[in-house]
Ligand binder design. Structure first.
Ligand SMILES: [Mn+2]
Length: 440
């Protein structure tokens, strides 16, 4: 028994608004399907986010149909669950269309039972648990849910729905805390390891876009928990290479960001790499425009043609820089896409120790910014009463005088106040920043 486990194809995505990225995502999915056919797998699992959006474009649907038809011709069934990107709040989704075309078999909780060569159903209350069948293998799964839907009163709903068996697989599109470490999902996990139903021989996960394995020997569970990661690079953290240039150039291939899917033979997983476009995450540090320009030119020999290059510029340059000043440098490198991220700050202002905080802030801030700062520097315990004052003040700032005559009157009044030697009141409270900071 041999199957392929694919996740997070995100078909239809035009990353960076570039049409070639649409083709890259499609090409990655085509490779995964073709390699699965070459591997002579018995069936294929799609663990969610086949599409990037729940309402894919007609073009994305047509292209997905074309690729899935390749496996249908070979009589290889495809079992699928919806991910957070392609699920809908309704019963139906684009997966139903693919299912009606006989291209995939969705598994999960449904309102109506499904019975076919590759699907069976068990009644659960008013609903049906639909699962896939291939020979003596059973394929269970559930589309993506939020944590509050999965955990009720501290108890895992998944554990009450699913009971594993020696020949069963569980497909989920969720982030598991243990494996989310070191990924963008680490603080937004959906499940703890202890909340995963036990007894399955293989856990086919999707959602985390990086390749992750938790072998059963390590977890103590009945089967390996595997994330193949996304098929293409969906964000800068998934770059293929990291180039850093501060004093000297360092080029690192990020092996952990390898892209592909798993082929699982007798429940033993093996990663199969697919070819993706090189994607460089570049960090250049410099303290003048000339230095930044020279360093950008120096990295040319380290980046491949037809690649994606994202450059972050860092340093302190008097007057700052604008990224458009650097575009000309890369235009004849034959790159597919490049862009800059500007983290250069303008020169640091030296602080004159003889000046008060008030004086320093007056130099840096406009009148409005200074007043806003004072208004916001209130004691949080007096929040509600200060809030009224703040709103009055803010309304006053935005209320334009109705006529030039009115403006003249206000000006006259201010002059009168100055004559009377009263402080000119900018806001409802004339508190100085020095007083607020306790620096008097
Ligand atoms: Mn995804």
């Amino acid at each position: 028994m041999k199957f392929a486990h694919i996740a997070d194809a995100h078909l239809g995505r035009e990353q960076f608004q570039q049409p070639f990225r649409y083709r890259d995502y499609l090409n990655a999915f085509r490779q995964a399907i073709e390699k699965s056919i070459d591997e002579r797998v018995d069936f294929i699992l799609l663990a969610g986010d086949l599409f990037h959006v729940s309402k894919p474009s007609p073009k994305a649907i047509r292209d997905a149909v074309e690729i899935l038809s390749l496996v249908k011709k070979k009589n290889i069934p495809v079992f699928a669950i919806e991910g957070n990107h392609d699920k809908t709040i309704r019963e139906t989704s684009i997966y139903d269309l693919l299912e009606h075309l006989g291209l995939i078999y969705t598994v999960g909780i449904k309102k109506t039972p499904r019975e076919s060569e590759f699907q069976k159903s068990v009644k659960k209350g008013n609903l049906y648990l639909v699962y896939g069948v291939f020979g003596d293998i059973e394929i269970y799964g559930l589309r993506h849910n939020n944590r509050w839907q999965l955990i009720k009163n501290g108890r895992s709903i998944l554990k009450s729905i699913f009971r594993g068996g020696s020949n069963s697989v569980l497909m989920l599109h969720q982030a598991i805390d243990y494996l989310a470490e070191g990924t963008p999902y680490k603080d937004a996990f959906d499940l703890k390891l202890s909340e995963i139903p036990e007894g399955f021989r293989y856990y086919a996960l999707g959602h985390i876009h990086m390749k992750k394995e938790l072998r059963k020997e390590e977890s103590g569970l009945s089967g390996d928990i595997i994330y193949p990661g996304s098929l293409e690079r969906t964000e800068i953290r998934e770059a293929s290479h990291k180039i850093t240039y501060d004093r000297r150039i360092s080029v690192k291939k990020l092996e952990e960001n390898i892209k592909g899917f798993y082929v699982v033979e007798d429940f033993e997983p093996r990663f199969v790499e697919i070819e993706t476009r090189p994607f460089y995450n570049v960090l250049i540090k410099g303290n003048s425009k000339i230095e930044l320009r020279n360093k950008i030119s120096d990295i040319r020999e380290h980046v491949e043609k037809d690649s994606i290059v994202l450059i972050t510029l860092e340093g302190v340059v008097k007057g700052g820089v604008h990224v458009s000043e650097f575009y000309d440098l890369l235009k004849d490198w034959d790159l597919s896409y490049y862009n800059f991220n500007n983290r250069v700050s303008s020169e640091v202002v030296g602080i004159d120790p003889t000046k008060t905080v008030d004086e320093l802030l007056n130099e840096i801030l406009s009148d409005f910014e200074r007043d806003l700062f004072l208004q916001l520097a209130n004691d949080p315990r007096k929040f509600s009463e200060e809030l009224d004052n703040f709103i009055d003040w803010l309304m006053g700032v935005y209320k334009h005088p109705k006529s030039s005559r009115e403006a003249r009157i206000i000006e006259e009044e201010n002059k009168e106040r100055q004559k009377e030697d009263k402080p000119k009141v900018k806001g409802p409270k004339a508190k100085t920043i020095d007083a607020w900071l306790g620096m008097r």
